[in-house]
Design a protein around this ligand. Structure first.
Ligand code: PGA
Length: 249
């Protein structure tokens, strides 16, 4: 299966001009680019071969109430957005997004046909207790974030899970990526949960956390790792180009 590469620009770059420059630097064929909301429209027009994604979405769809500052799934769709990141650890931590909120966002996005990139991953404290504790934590996130009454169909076609151990995300100073072997073990575990508890038999699970040209080789050895969610390295043109090239080999 073709690997998936998603660029998470986070709150970067600072100006629209810089964002445009970044989007024009490469054709990004087959890659998903997730710029900040304010740049989506412009970047969407520039990207010809890449798909457009957003970094967050409002919890509801077609909600008539007033929600100052929020962006609905329909709004994203109308701009040509195809993917949305939900439950990123930075939103869980900095904006106190609970699994309940994340579950609502997942369902709202799926309802309008967006593809969801659900981020899960244990923090430093859980990992310090060992890999089994990390697995229990991730399993509990999946159980709560994917709570869904009846229809599993959209999970099968429209859900991607990104395993991002929080301690490996490079926005934390001094962090380094997980070892490919440990990431593989947890990714296989996530797939087994998705298979047994959610009837998703061909799940797609990515790795994210300090992916760079230095680290990617190890992860590429494993077919079970379906691709990468790339933060910091996706903002460096040459570095990201090399990552895309490496993934496509
Ligand atoms: P990083 O970010 O590649 O800079 O570690 C990944 C992410 O937060 O999605």
């Amino acid at each position: 299966m073709k690997k998936i590469v998603i660029a998470n620009w986070k709150m970067n770059p600072e100006t629209e001009a810089e964002a445009v420059k970044l989007a024009k630097a490469e054709d990004f064929k087959g890659v998903v680019i997730t710029p900040p909301f304010v740049f989506l429209e412009n970047i969407g027009e520039i990207l010809k071969k890449a798909e457009l994604g957003a970094q967050d979405v409002f919890i509801g769809s077609k909600n008539k109430k007033a929600y100052t500052g929020e962006v609905s799934p329909e709004m994203l769709k109308s701009l040509g957005v195809k993917y949305v990141i939900v439950g990123h650890s930075e939103r869980r931590k900095n904006f106190k997004e609970t699994d309940g909120i994340i579950n609502k966002k997942v369902l709202a996005a799926l309802k309008v046909g967006l593809k969801v990139i659900l981020c899960v991953g244990e923090g430093k404290a859980q990992r310090a207790k060992g890999k089994e504790a990390a697995k229990r934590f991730v399993a509990s996130q999946l159980k709560k974030d994917l709570r869904f009454p009846t229809n599993y169909k959209l999970f099968t076609t429209h859900l991607i899970v990104a395993y991002e151990p929080v301690w490996a995300i490079s926005s934390n100073r001094n962090s380094k990526s997980d070892t490919p072997q440990d990431a593989l073990e947890i990714i296989k575990f996530i797939k087994s949960i998705l298979n047994s508890q959610f009837k998703i038999h061909n799940s797609k699970v990515l790795y994210g956390g300090s992916v760079s040209t230095k680290t990617i080789g190890g992860f590429l050895k494993y077919k079970e790792i379906d691709g990468f969610l790339v933060g910091g390295a996706s903002l460096k043109v040459g570095e990201f180009r090399r990552i895309i090239k490496a993934v496509k080999i």
